[in-house]
Each structure stands twice: as structure tokens, then as C-alpha cells.
Design a protein around this ligand. Structure first.
Ligand SMILES: Cc1ncc(COP(=O)(O)O)c(C=O)c1O
Length: 444
């Protein structure tokens, strides 16, 4: 730990900023999202539950490739299937049988799936689902809850009031570059509040094409909530879309729908559907999906067989290994042990939430202190070989050893945090800028 440094990472990032606007391709990979100057920025390689950065440091990875890794890095079964596919060509001038095979697998796996279209990423697949819903209903407006990517239809929410997206993962997004004529076409609704959704539907009666939402993000839904949403959507003849990009097949081998027993009209998958290979899918009811055959939705790489092969193999492996059970067990153990060491250190913190995506909450009064504690946690854990935010994104390769090392690191780190809190000198303990939540603060 004493000679931990990320000098090479930081130099690379400086070079990147000269060449790449914003420095990274994904906001969640910006160093300012972690402990900038202490957390690793560039990875060199990864395997199982771990990665190595360009400075040669080894980390247990609690971010799982921002959710894309569900089985573990370099999973031998998926990678071998992909290697065999590469040897036969990755894409062709005509179609490949895998397109149909994967569609059959998805239809057999996901409750709402009767037909399927493919994409390469989550935001793109959400945009496709929204287009299909608009085409199917002949209406324009979208009600949404949660984060759904970078496309115009979604960022339009911030055209009329610039805080429209603030409670949906990224606060402070300026809709620069989004056509102003889209103002009023994307309307947020708060999670867990059926009355608020009912009011939004009433106020826009006959104009809403779709309700798109993450079925859950950090906690399970209140009892009956998602069934209530489905009922409201059906009453208003609105397409209900579950964005399952983030949850994927961790809650259940059939996706979130399998856990909550509510079947939407359409659902969107990406990220972990293919364990690290680019892939996305929109699935749903036959009559809704069929509308896509009359719409222009078309792209060259959507037929790429690497993503198709990786997804087919990943889905089968998730079921064969019972990944939802594995991540449930890891998550429950992690939540219990992390909360115990926080108690032992006298730190007012808990590890709680969804078992496959638990998070730390700091029970302190001042938001500034909460933010300093979060950064200090990320910083000190990074120095001890644990990479993450204040949440843990699980994958099936994380082992008892990973948990033991992480809990041992947290035991030391929580003592440091607790002393800092007691002596009111958290700021002095930070070796980096406080980590940044707001997009506006990220870009200025
Ligand atoms: C629920 C949800 N939808 C959509 C997206 C966008 O996916 P992508 O980054 O692959 O475009 C994300 C990414 O974090 C997500 O969590």
C-alpha cells in the first residue's frame, strides 16, 4: 500500500484530455467520479474479479465493468465461444443463424418477449424501444423514470426545466445540442409514487406513447408498485417499457420481470447480457414489436456475431451456474460484514440495498460531510487494492477471498473515517478532490 501510485494513469489522462473531449467515453469512467489522483484511471488487463492498472497495481473490482461483467472478466466459457466464432468470421454480407438462435433463447428466457431486435448498447436500445412505442401508438410524449442513456429523446427532459433529470442518476445535465423543438416530449416521474404517475398520465391523456422506467435501481420496489404501474399504463393504452440494462440477469435468470412477476410490453437489455462484448436487445409483445417492421430501424453492426455469440453463451451460463443465487449470497455476506465493521469502528454507516448492487449510506447530517466520507472511502479502499464507488456491483467470479480482503480493508478505512469524523478533519485526510456528482461540475 505504501508505494501505491497512479502516476502513469494520470499522465495518460492528461494526454487523453488533449485529444478526447471530456477525456473519456463514459461519464462513469471519468477519474473525478472516483478519488482523482489516487484511483486507477487506465486498466491494462483483467481476469475474474480483478484488474491490473497501467501502474502495475492489482485491484478487486467492485464495479464489474460498470455492470457489463456478470460472470467475471475473461470468462473461459464465453471467451472460448467467441474465439471459435471469430475463427469463422465475425460478420458477413448476409445474415447468420445466430440471430434467430439468440432470439429463440431470449423469447424462452424473458416473460414479456415474443419478438426481438438487437442493438450494440443500452442507450441505443432504449432509443429503439422508444421509437417502436411511438410508432406503435402514433403518439410522441414519453414518461420516464431512471437513467436511459445519452440520446435526444431522453435529454429533451431538461429543455423546459433544467432539473428534469436531476433525480434520475445524473444531476446538472445541460441539454446542449438537443433540438429545442423536443421540449415537453420527455417528462420525468418520481419512482414509487403511483399517484404522481396517474396525474402525469391524466394531464397528458391521449398523448403518451410510453412509460419507460428502470424496474428498480438501488432498492426493491414497494409492494404492488410495478403491478400498479402496469395497470395505469394499460388503462391509458400506453406502452410500458422496462429498462433492464442495469439490473440485467442478476436479480433472476429471466431478468427483473422474473423477480417481480410483472410483465411489461417491451424490455431493454444491454451491458451484462453479453459479459463484456458489445450487445443490446429490445424484446417484447408481438403486436408492439411488429410495428418495427414498418419503421426504419437499421444498422450494420447489429448483426455482428461476436455480440450474438457472447450473449447466447452468457445467458446459458447465467442459468447453468445459477448466477442470481451466487450474487445474492455474495451481496448478503458483503452487506452484513461491511455493516459490522462500520459498527465496530463507530462509523455511522450501513451497507444496504439490493443484494446484487448494495451501497453504503452514511448517516451524517451535512451533505458536505457525506460527500467527504464517500471520497475518503473510495480513496483509502483504492490504496488497499479495492476499486469501486460507495456501491458494489457484483459478478459471479467474486469469491470469499475477495470479500475477506475487502472487509479487512474496510475495517482499516472505517477507523480512519471515524477518527476524521470525530475530529472534524475529513478534508485534511483527502489526497484528492472531493468526488463529483453533478455533470455541470464535471464539465466546468
Ligand atoms: C438503466 C440504464 N439504461 C441505459 C443505460 C445506457 O447504456 P449504455 O451506456 O450501454 O448506452 C444505462 C447505463 O448505465 C443504464 O444503467
Amino acid at each position: 500500500m505504501s508505494n501505491h501510485h497512479v502516476d502513469k494513469s494520470m499522465k495518460l489522462f492528461q494526454r487523453a484530455c488533449e485529444l478526447i473531449p471530456g477525456g473519456t467515453q463514459l461519464i462513469s469512467r471519468r477519474p473525478t467520479r472516483f478519488a482523482c489522483g489516487v484511483s486507477p484511471v487506465y486498466a491494462e488487463r483483467a481476469s475474474g474479479s480483478r484488474f491490473w492498472d497501467v501502474d502495475g497495481n492489482e485491484y478487486i473490482d467492485w464495479v464489474s465493468g460498470i455492470g457489463a461483467i456478470i460472470l467475471g472478466y475473461c470468462d473461459p466459457v464465453v471467451d472460448e465461444a467467441v474465439r471459435q466464432q471469430i475463427a469463422k468470421g465475425t460478420m458477413y454480407s448476409i445474415n447468420h443463424e445466430l440471430e434467430v438462435e439468440l432470439a429463440e433463447e431470449l423469447v424462452n428466457t424473458i416473460p414479456c418477449a415474443e419478438m426481438v431486435r438487437y442493438a450494440k448498447g443500452g442507450g441505443e436500445a432504449c432509443a429503439m424501444a422508444v421509437r417502436i412505442a411511438r410508432g406503435f401508438t402514433g403518439r410522441d410524449k414519453i414518461l420516464f423514470c431512471g437513467y436511459h442513456g445519452w440520446h435526444d429523446w431522453y435529454l429533451a427532459a431538461n429543455l423546459r426545466e433544467d432539473a428534469g433529470l436531476d433525480t434520475h442518476l445524473f444531476p446538472g445535465i445541460d441539454p446542449t445540442g438537443v433540438p429545442k423543438s423536443l421540449a415537453g416530449t420527455a417528462i420525468p416521474f418520481p419512482y414509487g409514487d403511483l399517484d404522481a404517475l396517474g396525474t402525469a398520465l391524466d394531464e397528458n391523456r391521449g398523448e403518451i406513447a410510453a412509460v419507460i422506467m428502470e424496474p428498480f435501481r438501488s432498492d426493491l420496489p414497494p409492494d404492488g408498485y410495478l403491478a400498479g404501474v402496469a395497470e395505469l399504463a394499460a388503462d391509458h393504452n400506453v406502452t410500458l417499457i422496462f429498462d433492464e440494462v442495469s439490473t440485467g440477469f442478476r436479480p433472476h435468470a429471466s431478468g427483473a420481470q422474473g423477480l417481480v412477476n410483472v410483465s411489461p410490453d417491451l424490455a431493454v437489455f444491454a451491458k451484462s447480457i453479453s459479459n463484456g462484448y458489445p450487445m443490446g436487445a429490445v424484446v417484447g409483445r408481438r403486436d408492439v414489436m411488429e410495428a418495427a417492421s414498418r419503421m426504419f430501424i437499421s444498422s450494420t453492426y447489429w448483426s455482428d456475431t461476436i455480440g450474438l455469440r457472447a450473449a447466447l453463451t452468457t445467458l446459458r451460463e447465467v442459468r447453468r451456474r445459477d448466477v442470481p443465487k451466487i450474487v445474492l449470497d455474495i451481496g448478503e455476506r458483503l452487506m452484513t460484514e461491511i455493516t459490522t465493521v462500520a459498527d465496530e469502528a463507530g462509523l455511522p454507516a450501513r451497507c444496504e440495498g439490493l443484494s446484487f448492487h448494495p451501497h453504503l449510506t452514511f448517516e451524517v447530517e451535512h451533505p458536505q460531510q457525506r460527500s467527504q466520507l464517500a471520497t475518503l472511502f473510495i480513496q483509502e479502499m483504492a490504496k488497499r487494492g479495492c476499486h469501486g464507488y460507495t456501491s458494489f456491483y457484483l459478478n459471479a467470479s467474486q469469491s470469499a477471498i475477495d470479500i475477506e480482503q475487502t472487509v479487512a480493508a474496510a475495517r482499516d478505512v472505517f477507523r480512519i473515517m471515524s477518527h476524521g469524523l470525530e475530529r472534524d478533519n475529513l478534508e485534511a485526510l483527502l489526497e484528492c478532490q472531493q468526488h463529483v456528482e453533478s455533470f455541470r461540475r464535471l464539465v466546468r
